[in-house]
Design a protein around this ligand. Structure first.
Ligand code: UDP
Ligand code: MG
Length: 322
């Protein structure tokens, strides 16, 4: 089976020659049928020059160059689209991922999986990346139900159809296993050797954590309610509206009883805090429901049919299958 290795590159010129040499060694040792696709994500250094030289010297190397920096997810999307292999392996360009692991990934996939996610068992990154990452992985597991140790690992192997079916944008590359799992693909993980960064610097600062958590909400919403947003917004809206109605009904009832039973002195509703709460809840509820309707309109008119299902096998003549 042909393997496409997709490598997003952003200012990694010093690493590329060595990375290519290491991959070439593994490829020849295991006689893999393989292409290497470097996606230069608008590098400002000599990365593109190095990629061109590599492509000249090695016919299995291909390169794509973005006009400007579009982010890792965009780089991966372009690389996956260009890939011609049945298997796609993605890895970082900074030499932190070890190409010697590639054959183990292929073997693991052969056990009947669609996605094999790397797991940096002994991680060689600064502490301010390692510890927040533990919390992040724990949260992702709780919120999405997919228990992996290292969702953000740069080294992943998956079947080409996984790459075709899931859509990456923004920084959603961290959620490839989650998105694949949500579509029914079988996901597993494999402990890998991790290396410290030798050249250049990390492209992600402290901002990644807040963005990562925000993206986690997006992804949880997308996989749970992406095709039926009103079920979430509408439910929240109904609960809120209902509570508002109960509050105002209670106020109306007590007001009515005060006027009927002469024991109580009637007090005006206008001064009761519950009135403000009830009105706020009803307004909020109505807004959530109408937002849900708008979201449904967007899904109805813009979602691709293929987003609503994922076919794993087919039998019979093509014309018999609707
Ligand atoms: N990368 C990219 N575009 C970006 C940022 C990063 O293509 O805008 C690439 C980068 O060149 C590297 C990989 O994504 O190959 C992972 O980046 P980095 O090593 O900085 O992340 P870390 O290992 O610190 O998580
Ligand atoms: Mg790195």
């Amino acid at each position: 089976m042909k393997l496409s290795i997709v490598i997003p590159v952003f200012n990694e010129a010093e690493s590329l020659d060595e990375l290519h040499a290491q991959i070439a060694q593994v490829v020849s040792e295991h006689s893999l049928d393989c292409e290497i696709i470097f996606v230069d994500d608008g590098s400002k250094d000599k990365s593109w020059k190095v990629i061109r030289q590599l492509a000249k010297a090695d016919s299995s190397v291909r390169g794509l160059r973005f006009r400007r920096n579009f982010g890792k997810a965009a780089g991966l999307t372009a690389g996956i689209r260009a890939a011609r292999g049945e298997l796609i392996l993605m890895m970082d360009a900074d030499l932190q991922d070890d190409p010697a692991e590639i054959p183990k990934f292929i073997e693991k996939l052969g056990e009947g999986f669609d996605v094999v996610n790397g797991w940096k068992l002994r991680r060689l990154d600064p502490w301010h990346k390692v510890y927040p990452s533990l919390v992040f992985n724990w949260l992702v597991a709780r919120m999405t139900g997919l228990e992996l140790h290292d969702h953000n690992c740069g080294l992943k192997l998956f079947k080409a159809e996984v790459g075709r079916e899931i859509r990456l944008y923004g920084e959603l590359h961290r959620f490839i296993p989650v998105l694949a799992n949500a579509r029914g693909f079988r996901v597993t993980e494999l402990a890998v050797n991790h290396r410290a960064r030798q050249h250049g610097e990390s492209k992600y600062g402290y901002r990644r954590f807040m963005r990562g958590f925000l993206d986690l909400f997006t992804v949880t919403f997308l996989i749970g309610y992406g095709q039926r947003p009103q079920h979430m917004l509408g439910a929240a809206g109904l609960v809120s509206f209902g509570m508002g109605v109960i509050g105002s009904a209670y106020l109306a009832l007590t007001w009515f009883l005060m006027h009927v039973i002469p024991l109580f002195k009637p007090t005006p509703i206008g001064g009761r805090p519950l009135l403000a709460y009830s009105i706020a809840l009803m307004l909020l509820g109505a807004q959530a429901i109408s937002l849900g309707l708008l979201a449904e309109l967007i899904v109805y008119y813009t979602s691709r049919e293929s987003d609503t299902f994922s076919v794993t096998d087919e039998v019979g003549k093509p014309e018999q299958i609707v």
